[in-house]
Design a protein around this ligand. Structure first.
Ligand SMILES: [Zn+2]
Length: 64
């Protein structure tokens, strides 16, 4: 399923069954490979203050 995940300074989207965990790498809908940090996980006290990735938003809409 499609989901949003903040990583490396942007809120990207990915297609996967589970949210990535800290230190995990994933490939975004916009084609980047990024690593999740602890501060990117709300359940671990992180906050999604980073801007939404426009390329991921476009890719998300294209797949709906
Ligand atoms: Zn992206």
């Amino acid at each position: 399923m499609l989901r949003w995940q903040q990583a490396e300074g942007k809120r990207h989207a990915l297609d996967g069954p589970f949210p990535p965990r800290p230190e995990e790498r994933f490939v975004t809908l916009c084609g980047e490979e990024v690593t999740v940090a602890v501060r990117d996980v709300p359940q671990l006290g992180g906050h999604w203050f980073d801007p939404t990735c426009a390329d991921c938003a476009t890719a998300w809409l294209a797949r709906c």
